[in-house]
Design a protein around this ligand. Structure first.
Ligand code: NAD
Length: 259
């Protein structure tokens, strides 16, 4: 897997970790369905991939909506003749606020994208992997999914990230007999636009600045990781070299999770 004969779906491929992963897989010869909500961004990624000699198919869909997800996956399978690799990466930070200030609809939005979106990504793709005789799934969780998050206000986000790890371990057992491996990557702070899109309520902005000061990424002396750092781990986990790894949440955080 992860070579010229394989086909991958990457969700949230228009930016950040998803974009770096789609490009890296394509450079290794994998045909990639780049899925997301913003066609312009996806077309840009597809152009980059094609200029590097790879093949990409733009799939515009919201991961939290069942019918568009099913249509997108079907389109990918019929265009490239199968599916081997699934990277469930699309996600949002959503609203970070104290629990008594977080509105129920704001909770629902984070759950819809991060959790329902992961469910629908796997629900619509696993039948194709089974038919294929096997495959590899990577869910992009977070170090928050496996440890207490020191930043206040991220309750909904953290709940979804921990639930993703639980899903991965449950499904690794369920799908092993189909030769489908399921793993999670757990990034620490990575330099993408996700933080800009976080809605921080009231005093949260100060709280975050206080609790995540520079210097808290031990291996870099403070600099956040890069999307490519996460993409390299994903590429390994979906490759045949990782054939004995399933059900693992793997940190890629420069040691941040140890603090
Ligand atoms: P990003 O904002 O650059 O990428 C997220 C992508 O998901 C965007 O392209 C966005 O358009 C897409 N997306 C959002 N909602 C969607 C929806 N409903 N349907 C389809 N696409 C949707 O940020 P990123 O940092 O690359 O995030 C990727 C993943 O990494 C997320 O799951 C995030 O939780 C996780 N993560 C990021 C960090 C970090 O510090 N950047 C740390 C830990 C985990």
């Amino acid at each position: 897997m992860g070579d010229a004969s394989s086909v991958a779906l990457v969700t949230g491929a228009g930016s950040g970790i998803g974009r770096a992963t789609a490009r890296l897989l394509a450079r290794r010869g994998t045909k990639v369905g780049v899925l997301g909500r913003t066609r312009l961004e996806l077309e840009e990624v597809a152009r980059e991939i094609s200029s590097e000699g790879g093949q990409a198919l733009v799939l515009e869909a919201d991961v939290s909506e069942e019918a568009p997800m099913r249509e997108a996956v079907d389109e990918l399978v019929s265009a490239f003749g199968g599916l081997d690799i699934v990277v469930a990466n699309a996600g949002i930070n959503g609203v970070w606020a104290p629990i008594d200030d977080l509105k129920p609809f704001e909770w629902d939005q984070t759950i819809a994208v991060n959790l329902r979106g992961t469910f629908l990504t796997l629900h619509t793709t696993v039948p194709h992997l089974k038919r294929n005789g096997g495959g590899a799934i990577v869910v992009v969780s977070s170090i928050n999914g496996t440890r207490t998050f020191t930043t206040p206000g991220a309750t909904a986000y953290t709940a979804t990230k921990a639930a993703q790890v639980a899903m991965v371990q449950q499904l690794a057992l369920e799908l092993a007999k189909h030769q489908i491996r399921v793993n999670a990557v757990c990034p620490g702070e990575i330099d993408t636009s996700i933080a800009e899109n976080t809605s921080l309520r009231h005093e949260q902005e100060t709280a975050i600045a206080v609790e995540w000061p520079d210097g808290q990424v031990p291996i870099t002396g403070g600099r956040p990781g890069r999307s490519e750092d996460v993409a390299e781990l994903i590429r390994f986990l979906v490759s045949d070299e990782a054939r004995h790894i399933t059900g693992s949440p793997v940190w890629v955080d420069g040691g941040q999770g140890l603090l």
